[in-house]
Write a protein that binds this ligand. Structure first.
Ligand SMILES: Cc1ncc(COP(=O)(O)O)c(C=O)c1O
Length: 507
């Protein structure tokens, strides 16, 4: 017993137990309002604990308002309250149903992919992941350390639009890397592109407003607009990017002109001009998501749409999620000057500002030249991965697949020409069973009269997190699995269609 008394952990466990026991007596009426509690000595003996432990329990109940004390007198149950109100939650009437705002209610309909454990897979082709080994740990650590050494004497909230040092560094970087010219005041540092999209939706959309989007499209952008209550106008995508002949009255348009997500086409100059003319005519804004602009392989860099915009209609969106890490949550908007102040006010309400340490470190990282050196290095590494993937697909799957969107970015779309959509479920089940992480392109299509969903299965194949060896291994396994699938009769014969050569909107 004395050992237990001396054990501080024991006290931590016993104090709540004593409190609960006394609350139980109060609840059941065994100790009514005004009832005196046993002395600390008596209760300590009863529980086999020290008096200090009992005193701690009484103090806790005093603090919670169950007990009261007077100088020199024993603690007693507080008077003037209804003990029945203390019944445990489950004894009370059921709580009223959760009531969400319209925004909250809309979120309930969104599918959220499970957080899968990539380590259990032989090859996980999940798009968006990067190889941890590619992260410039030493250079980043140096930038963080340099930032910490230059700590100001006072810790204060930063400018909601971001640290001036980072915005100046980004201004230079965007000019050098993308040919984009802007004022520092036009840059808003955000927690990844996702916050940039959310900021735009909050500032530019009212429930019922229309948003023109590419079909297929980046899911989180769609969900952001739908959550804001917008109506989506999906326009088909072909080799020239989003088709502009379907443009109609809308508040906003969201496009990925440098590398359409997911199909990979580049928006032609003609379509860019039509989109900008539409925006000027209708007073709408265009969000240009340049999510992987740093990765060009077999093509010249494509200047951003923002460069062609004389009417201040384009909001440019960039991120470090493809160059450094998606876990940093660092992104930036370049907004037309008129939007700077509303962005600053909205960002202030969202989170005051993006964490200063990471912002300053990123500024130092850019200023030292490390960022551009790193981008060149990861571009080479991902170029090698891409070459390994394309070679393996050609060697093991040859004419069974059509690959699109391989000129840029960190993913390709692989259409499985012989696999009808009706076998998709079976295919993904088999993939999982053999340790392959495969992701369908079909789920990125929106129902629309102008775009019929693909008749064959297509995969969004991300390769930036895998070694070349694992890529080749994964493709071989995919080939074997497809062979087995083709050799197995279709489970549900009456559902099968004749597969077309490829998905209808493949670029
Ligand atoms: C089209 C598109 N935009 C943006 C992003 C990056 O988002 P974030 O900067 O929020 O990580 C992705 C990531 O996969 C993407 O596919």
């Amino acid at each position: 017993l004395s050992d237990r008394k001396a054990d501080p952990g024991h006290r931590v466990r016993v104090v709540p137990a004593i409190c609960e026991a006394i609350k139980g007596q109060i609840r059941t009426g065994a100790s009514g309002p005004g009832a005196r509690l046993p002395s600390t000595r008596a209760l300590a003996a009863e529980w086999g604990v020290s008096r200090t432990t009992v005193t701690a329990a009484y103090e806790q109940l005093l603090a919670e308002g169950y007990l009261e004390t007077r100088q020199g007198a024993r603690a007693q149950v507080v008077r003037g309250f209804d003990p029945h109100a203390l019944k445990s939650i489950k004894d009370q009437q059921p709580a009223p149903a959760m009531r969400l705002s319209d925004y909250g209610q809309r979120l309930l309909d969104f599918a959220v992919p499970p957080q899968s454990d990539a380590s259990r897979l032989v090859a996980d082709f999940r798009y968006g992941d990067l190889a941890a080994a590619d992260f410039p740990t030493i250079a980043w650590k140096k930038a963080i350390n340099a930032t910490l050494l230059h700590r100001p004497s006072r810790l204060r909230y930063d400018d909601p639009c971001g640290s001036v040092a980072l915005r100046e560094a980004l201004q230079g970087y965007l000019w050098r890397a993308r040919g984009l010219r802007c004022e520092v005041d036009q840059i808003v540092v955000v927690n990844g592109s996702q916050q940039g999209l959310d900021l735009c939706a909050r500032l530019l959309l009212n429930p019922g407003d229309r948003v023109v989007v590419e079909n297929p499209c980046y899911n989180l952008a769609l969900q952001t607009f739908v959550a804001a209550g917008a109506e989506l106008i999906p326009l088909a995508v072909d080799r020239e990017g989003m088709r502009t002949d379907g443009l109609c009255e809308a508040r906003l348009s969201y496009v990925t002109p440098s590398h359409q997500f997911p199909l990979g086409s580049v928006m032609s100059v003609r379509r860019r001009q039509e989109l900008l003319a539409w925006a000027r005519r209708t007073g709408s804004y265009v969000i240009e998501d340049d999510y992987d602009g740093e990765y060009r392989f077999d093509m010249a860099p494509i200047p951003p749409l923002q460069l062609m915009d004389s009417g201040e209609r384009v909001i440019y969106l960039g991120t470090v999620s493809k160059t450094l890490s998606p876990t940093l949550r660092l992104g930036y908007l370049v907004v037309p000057p008129a939007l700077s102040t509303p962005c600053s006010k909205a960002k202030r309400l969202m989170d005051r500002h993006t964490p200063s340490l990471e912002q300053e470190a990123f500024a130092a990282f850019i200023d030292s030249g490390s960022y551009e050196r790193h981008v060149r290095r990861v571009r080479r590494r991902n170029g090698d991965r891409r070459a390994a993937l394309l070679a393996a697909l050609s060697e093991h799957l040859g004419n069974q697949v059509t690959v699109v969107g391989a000129d840029a970015g960190l993913h390709v779309v692989v259409w499985l020409d012989g696999v009808p959509q009706e076998r998709a479920h079976e295919l993904f089940e088999r993939a999982h069973a053999v340790g392959l992480g495969l992701y369908p392109v079909g789920s990125l299509y929106l129902p629309s009269p102008s775009v019929s969903p693909p008749h064959i299965v297509g995969l969004v194949v991300g390769y930036a997190s895998l070694s070349e060896r694992d890529i080749v291994h994964g493709v071989r396994r995919l080939a074997t699995m497809l062979e087995d699938l083709q050799a197995t009769p279709v489970r549900n014969k009456h559902l099968t269609h004749q597969p077309s050569r490829r998905g209808p909107t493949a670029g």
